[in-house]
Design a protein around this ligand. Structure first.
Ligand SMILES: Cc1cc2nc3c(=O)[nH]c(=O)nc-3n(C[C@H](O)[C@H](O)[C@H](O)COP(=O)(O)OP(=O)(O)OC[C@H]3O[C@@H](n4cnc5c(N)ncnc54)[C@H](O)[C@@H]3O)c2cc1C
Ligand SMILES: NC(=O)c1ccc[n+]([C@@H]2O[C@H](COP(=O)([O-])OP(=O)(O)OC[C@H]3O[C@@H](n4cnc5c(N)ncnc54)[C@H](OP(=O)(O)O)[C@@H]3O)[C@@H](O)[C@H]2O)c1
Ligand SMILES: Cc1cc2nc3c(=O)[nH]c(=O)nc-3n(C[C@H](O)[C@H](O)[C@H](O)COP(=O)(O)O)c2cc1C
Length: 596
């Protein structure tokens, strides 16, 4: 305060210079004023001039760290774009995946932007779990002085919309950090809003951060991404479907397909652990039904072709979201629909059980083309864990796809859009638009001698088929142990002959099977983990990596519980010590999950 007051009497400055200086200093707090005084003293001693204004005010030092927690690449993409925005402002910036970040480092940060998605039932993505847990348990200490802002990505068709972004925002505030820009909770059509938020957040950060040299650093993950193929989500490769084969038995309750896609001449490369993104067309009959219920012919012209084309290629019809129901209620005179839309629990229940067409059937509402388009969200490609290794299949990519089909109350069977497209609507040799979504958080150990434990019931088996192909090609000497489960041995033993061949050749050291419905009581993979607890613990102590793939909501949670029990029992540890052991495994990238 004294420094500011004294400025009014500074003789060497003109009136205009005094006015400008007073104006600039009026925005600074005490700490910043102290820094400015030192900065000006240093400048006067060095005899140099301050850098010409570049739009970034000179202010207290520090640097910006952008942390992303991402599973399918969206948050990573947004974080990379914000890094570019910060660099354009000349800010010193580091971009890091939460998976590669030591939680204790948080105390040393000055400016932080967090970009994080949400999974499961409002949970962090795999790569964010450790940092999230450490923050939640208060283990990173006080973060006073840290300036931060959080952007959460999510999907409003889930009950716990953007929960992890909200939680990070709350936890950082609780730790004493200072929010410099408001929390964003962005839905599936996040691109424009993310760009605008990035600009605003970088502006807010820039006011408290000095322009740096362009010496920003990036994580290996992002550096690797730069070297990837020209094809991505926005620019998919027009590949060819070469095989679509049902691999569950005639009497199975499940329809699971082994799908092979040719990537010939694409130059696309992938690694075991990556996923394939698949763009799809909605079912023509479903599009026709929606058009009829809305009272439209489909021939209406729009900016992206006819209304029928837009519904087929560009808009989501099978994944309902709350906004469709509340938006329709606003356009409708139907009192029952208005009542339902005002009750969040009923909206959530409908979202979880029905599709757009079912809502229109129940609440018939004539809609203009514009109204219909306004109620729907952009179509998003689906991801499938890659079930092959290029060392084995070269320019092909294999998938294991469970076809989603479920009945409505009126007896109609509804299908999942992408899985039924691959299984029923895509002819052999037809074009399918694909891209690779790299996942550096689900990788085989770098050392081929390291033992590997794989838990993959149902379609969770997919990446482990890729792992085995790769380990065989590497001639890897590390032991391999597979846990697989599905309803019936005779109907649902996916890729049975291949596992038998690997057992025979010695590549697969152990297979533990859990066919859930072959006996009176359900048996699941976690029961097999517990039964083999001692040996499992010995493998972990010998350095094994532990992988889980498949259902996130039930299986992956139960498997984690079983793993904790095994560690506690056979490692003679308390629950807390077992949790710490598992956290260490996660930090060492020896506990990796690809769950959905
Ligand atoms: C990283 C990752 C990897 C994946 N790997 C695989 C894989 O290897 N194999 C695989 O098969 N899938 C995998 N999936 C899932 C896959 O991406 C799709 O979500 C799945 O195929 C369903 O998509 P769809 O378009 O067919 O169904 P959608 O059109 O998305 O329909 C699904 C909708 O139907 C609803 N629904 C589903 N079942 C029911 C029901 N019983 N009752 C009422 N409503 C229901 C759901 O609420 C959901 O909104 C993976 C997902 C991720 C994120
Ligand atoms: N929307 C849903 O409600 C729902 C439910 C399940 C799966 N899915 C999704 O459907 C897709 C394909 O699933 P999928 O057919 O490959 O496999 P899956 O449905 O996960 O089933 C594979 C095996 O896991 C068993 N299982 C069920 N609950 C389990 C638990 N808590 N712990 C361990 N094992 C358990 C199943 O047994 P039983 O079936 O005999 O119990 C079956 O034997 C995945 O995306 C999955 O996430 C969605
Ligand atoms: C299996 C699964 C579960 C999800 N659960 C939620 C959820 O509970 N809440 C939410 O807001 N979004 C949820 N989402 C949506 C994702 O957060 C959203 O797609 C996000 O853009 C993904 O970002 P990422 O690619 O960086 O992981 C879920 C997505 C998937 C595939």
């Amino acid at each position: 305060m004294q420094l500011k007051d004294s400025l009014t009497n500074l003789a060497p400055l003109s009136d205009e210079q005094q006015r400008q200086l007073n104006q600039a200093l009026s925005t600074l707090n005490t700490q910043q004023l102290v820094w400015v005084s030192g900065y000006l003293y240093g400048l006067s001693q060095s005899g140099s001039q301050p850098a010409a204004a570049s739009g970034t005010p000179a202010a207290p030092g520090g640097s910006l760290t952008i942390l992303y927690g991402s599973q399918t690449g969206n948050a990573k993409g947004v974080a990379s774009a914000i890094k570019a925005q910060a660099e354009a402002r000349g800010l010193p910036v580091t971009l890091t995946s939460m998976a590669d970040y030591k939680p204790k480092q948080l105390k040393k940060e000055t400016h932080l932007l967090v970009v994080v998605s949400t999974y499961g039932e409002g949970e962090p993505p795999e790569s964010a779990v450790d940092l999230f847990e450490q923050l939640k348990k208060g283990k990173v200490g006080k973060l006073e002085g840290l300036k931060f802002a959080v952007l959460g990505l999510g999907d409003s068709s889930y009950e716990f919309f953007c929960q992890t972004g909200k939680d990070f925002d709350g936890l950082l505030t609780k730790a004493g950090a200072d929010r410099v820009h408001e929390l964003a909770s962005l839905d599936v059509d996040y691109q424009e809003a993310a760009k605008a938020w990035g600009e605003q957040a970088v502006n807010a950060i820039a006011t408290t951060l000095s322009a740096g040299s362009a010496s920003s650093s990036v994580t290996s993950a992002v550096q690797q991404a730069v070297g990837h193929s020209q094809y991505d989500k926005a620019n998919p490769f027009p590949a060819r479907l070469s095989l679509n084969q049902k691999i569950t038995g005639r009497d199975s309750a499940k329809d699971i397909r082994h799908v092979e896609i040719s990537l010939e001449a694409s130059g696309i490369t992938y690694q075991p652990g990556d996923a394939l993104g698949v763009w799809f067309d909605n079912d023509a009959d479903l599009v026709g039904e929606v058009l009829a219920l809305a009272g439209r012919s489909g021939d209406e012209a729009t900016a992206h072709g006819s209304l029928r084309e837009v519904l087929t290629r560009h808009l989501e019809l099978t994944r309902l979201h709350g906004g469709f129901i509340t938006g329709l209620a606003e356009l409708s005179d139907n009192a029952a629909l208005k009542d339902l839309a005002g009750d969040k629990a009923q909206v959530n229940a409908l979202v979880a059980s029905a599709q757009v067409v079912d809502v229109l059937k129940r609440f018939p509402t004539p809609l203009s083309a514009e109204q219909l388009i306004g109620l729907l969200r952009p179509l998003t490609p689906r991801l499938y864990s890659i079930a092959s290794a290029q060392s084995e299949v070269e320019e092909e990519v294999h998938l294991t796809v469970a076809v989603v089909r479920y009945p409505q109350e009126d007896g109609t069977v509804r299908s999942g859009a992408a899985s039924s497209y691959l299984a029923d609507r895509l002819a052999e040799d037809a074009e399918v638009r694909v891209f690779v979504e790299h996942n550096d958080n689900f990788r085989l150990p770098a050392n081929p001698d390291t033992p590997v434990i794989m838990v993959g019931p149902g379609t969770g088996i997919a990446p482990f088929r890729a792992f085995m192909q790769e380990r065989e090609a590497q001639d890897a000497s590390g032991k391999n142990w597979l846990f697989f489960g599905n309803p019936h041995f005779t109907q649902d033993f996916l890729y049975q002959l291949e596992w038998q061949r690997y057992v025979k050749s010695g590549l697969l050291s152990k297979v533990s099977l859990a066919f859930s419905r072959d006996q009176a009581n359900k048996i699941y993979v976690q029961d097999r983990l517990r039964e083999a607890g001692l040996e499992l613990y010995q493998w972990l102590e010998a350095g094994a990596h532990f992988y889980v793939c498949g259902d996130a909501n039930h299986m992956a949670k139960d498997v984690q519980e079983a793993l904790l029990d095994v560690i506690a029992e056979h490692g003679h540890k308390s629950r807390e010590e077992a949790e710490e052991y598992l956290s260490e495994l996660r930090r060492a990238k020896r506990y990796q999950r690809d769950v959905y």
